[in-house]
Write a protein that binds this ligand. Structure first.
Ligand code: F42
Length: 331
């Protein structure tokens, strides 16, 4: 798999602004744009359709949608519509979804792995254009047929962190979107993804291991850090202790961030240490980012996805990625 760069955008900006940012990304050589999907932000598929109409090369997909707030058939129709509007540029990013949000919505998070698996199977069958039925453990379809996009070939990427979800991604999908900004995050993930591709008799070299990173690039480390720290503080506060064990971060330091939030947002941000920044973000000048990305690629990453916050000035960050990082890695 050749190295490529994607970019993640939260669906928290109006469509025109996001489309401008994605167009700037396309003009700067980014190959994929992933739009996050949470019901309380703008609708990912409405945004993707608007973005599709305003771009021409970049591949587009939800990063990631889930099989609980939309049914498998609805998801297929939504992605196929984005594929039609974009002239074949759609990618289907799907994961089990955000449990906390589902609790709030009264949606039961039953058998998330099985639900993702069955949804991907239904998606692929419906895209053949044939009339289908499906009798899964969770998903049941008596009779369904898609009236358009027959035979569309849309790659599937599974958002995965857990052991079984990573194996499933390897087995079933064309790629995985793994949350992680440090090579340590990919040591075991890559092994599990490979277990999956082996099980399905697929060549692991054709599998896209995508790193969903927290990213901040600027002309100086101080500027990059200032923007990265608040996001890192949120990541630290929201992660379980096992994550800090993996990265060798003392729990006393973590508690200073957690306690900081009780006092003020500023106090939490102030408690972020350089070790936390290194573990949970790619942050720095173009050269510093290149060094870190190089380590990710050595750990098995094939698609690098700069994500929130990107840097103090998003457009400038995209231009730095396009002019300084991409030419270094993509020949
Ligand atoms: N979530 C969103 O809601 N929106 C987003 O935009 C989003 C983006 C995103 C990008 C990258 C990424 O990696 C994740 C992203 N997520 C997003 C989060 C994602 O939806 C998941 O919440 C997250 O990836 C965590 O999922 P996970 O891989 O840890 O899988 C969960 C379900 C898990 O517990 N997995 C376990 C495992 O080992 O993988 C086991 C699950 C299992 O086997 N369950 C059995 C089954 O059949 O489902 C049932 C077991 C039983 O006994 O009931």
């Amino acid at each position: 798999m050749e190295i490529s760069f994607g970019i993640e955008f939260l669906a928290n900006e109006p469509a025109e602004k996001l489309a401008d940012l994605v167009k700037t990304s396309e003009d700067n050589g980014l190959a994929y744009a992933w739009i996050t999907d949470h019901y309380n932000n703008r609708d990912a598929f409405a945004l993707l359709t608007y973005i599709a109409a305003n771009t021409s090369k970049i591949k587009l997909g939800p990063g990631v949608t889930n099989p609980y707030t939309r049914t498998p058939a609805q998801l297929t129709s939504a992605i196929a519509t984005v594929n039609e509007v974009s002239n074949g540029r759609a990618i289907f990013g799907i994961g089990p979804g955000d449990r906390v949000t589902f609790d709030g919505l009264g949606i039961e998070w039953k058998k998330p792995l099985t639900t993702v698996k069955e949804t991907v199977e239904i998606f692929r069958e419906l895209l053949t254009g044939k009339k289908i039925s499906y009798d899964g453990k969770v998903c049941k379809i008596k009779s369904a047929k898609l009236n358009f996009s027959k035979g569309a070939n849309i790659p599937v990427y599974i958002g995965a962190q857990g052991t079984n979800m990573l194996k499933l991604a390897g087995e079933l999908a064309e790629g995985a979107l793994v949350n992680g900004s440090h090579p340590r995050d990919f040591e075991s993930a890559v092994k599990l993804l490979k277990e999956g591709t082996d099980k399905a008799n697929k060549n692991f070299d054709d599998f896209d291991v995508a790193a969903y990173t927290s990213f901040s690039i600027a002309d100086t480390m101080a500027d990059a850090e200032k923007t990265a720290k608040p996001v890192t503080a949120f990541i630290v506060a929201g992660s379980p202790d096992v994550v800090f064990e993996k990265h060798g971060i003392p729990i006393e330091d973590v508690n200073k961030v957690r306690d900081g939030f009780k006092e003020s947002f500023g106090a939490a941000v102030k408690a972020v240490t350089p070790e936390m920044l290194d573990s949970f973000s790619i942050c720095g000048t173009p050269n510093e980012c290149i060094e870190k990305i190089d380590k990710l690629i050595k750990a098995g990453v094939t698609q690098v996805i700069p994500g929130s916050p990107l840097g103090p000035d998003k457009v400038k960050s995209i231009e730095l990625i396009g002019t300084q990082l991409i030419p270094h890695f993509v020949k």
